[in-house]
Design a protein around this ligand. Sequence first.
Ligand code: KIV
Ligand code: ZN
Length: 401
Amino acid sequence: MNKHIQIFDTTLRDGEQSPGFSMTHSEKLRMAEQLEILGVDVIEAGFPIASDGDFEAVKAISKRITNCQVAGLCRIKHDDICRAWEALQFAEKPRIHTFVATSDIHLVHKLNMSREQVIEAAISGVTFARSLCDVVEFSAEDASRTDPDFLCQILEAVIEAGATIVNIPDTVGFAVPDEFGSLIRKIKTEVPNISKATISVHCHNDLGLGVANSLAAIQNGAKQIECTINGIGERAGNASLEEIVMALAVRKSFYGSETKVNTAQLYPSSQLLAEITGNQVQPNKAIVGKNAFAHEAGIHQDGVLKNPLTYEIMTPQTVGVPQNSLVLGKHSGRRALGDRLDKLGFTFSKDEVNKIYQCFTVLADLKKTITDEDLIYLSKTGIDLAEKPDIAENLQEYINQ
Ligand code: KIV
Ligand code: ZN
C-alpha cells in the first residue's frame, strides 16, 4: 500500500514573508480557499504575533477553512503561543506550529542560549501549546546545521512533552539529498519515542535542492512535506508544492507514496498566486511554467503529434493546463506547420505546404515566434512568394507594416 504524504502548504506564511509577495487580507483568504480546493492537508496561514494583519488573516482563515488543518506559527515563548492560539482557536482543525533554533550558530550568535536552556524552553513551550491544542508541531530551526545527536536529543524531549509532529527544516538550503536523507533516517531510528510523532521536513532552495532534499526525506521516513505554490519563500524560496506532488504522482511506483492533492488544481492555484502577487511564474518552471508543455523543436513536435508520450511524462490536463502547445518558431518542422494550418481551417496539398514552409522558415528567422495571424498571412501569400527570389525582403516588409 502507498504511504500517505501530508502536504503542509506554507505559501501564506513562509511564501508571503518574502519580498514582493505580500498579500492583503482578502487575497490571503482567496488563496486559502484555493488551497482547500487543491486538497492540501495543512494550510499555514501566517505568523500571528508578527503583525495585527497577520493575526487577523490567521483568524479569518481559521473561521473559513473546514477541510484542511489550519496552522499558525509562533516562537516557543508563551505569549507568542497564546497569540497564535487566539487566532487559531476558531479553526475546525487547528494546529500550533512552534519553533526554536537548535544549531550552535544560532544558539551562540542569535539566541545567546546554551543547548540545555534551549531544550528547557522547547519543553516548556510545547507543554504549554499542548495544553491549548491537540495538534502541536515543533520545528528545530536550522536543523540541517545542528549537531545531529543534539537534534535527536531535543526531538525526544519535545515528543515527550507532547509534540505530535517534529519538523526538520533545512532553513538555509544547505543540505544535499544523501546527507539530508541520512539525517532523517537517523532521527527515525535513533529517537526512542519517534513513533509517537510524524516526521516533517521544510526545505529551502538556496542550492536549488529543496525538492530533491524533500524527496530524499520521504525515502527515509518523512511523512509530511512543507512546501509552497510556485516554490515561493524566503530568499531562493521553499520546495515547490507542484513539483513534489507531481514527482510522487508520476514516479509513484518508485516512491510508493501519494498525496491527496487534486493535481488538476495545480495550474489554477499557481496562476491565482501569480495574479494576486503580480509575480509571473518563470516560463521554464517545472509543471506550471508556460513552457512546461510547449514544444518547439520539429522532431519533438512530430513525436507529440504522433503520441504525446514520446515527449511528455504527464498530460497537461493532469495538472490543469488545458492543452499542450506546439510553438511555431525556427526549430519547428513541416508536420507542426501543416497541423496548425489544418486547425486554422486551411487545406493545402503537400506541395503547397512545402512552399508555405519555405517562407515560414524565412519568417521564423526574422521573428521570435510565429502567431496565427502570421500563418494566415503566409497561407494567403506563401505559395506565390516561395517562387520569388527576394522572400526575406518581402517578409521584412510584412513585419514592418
Ligand atoms: O525555514 C525555517 O526554518 C522555517 C521554520 C520557522 C519552520 O521557516
Ligand atoms: Zn522556512
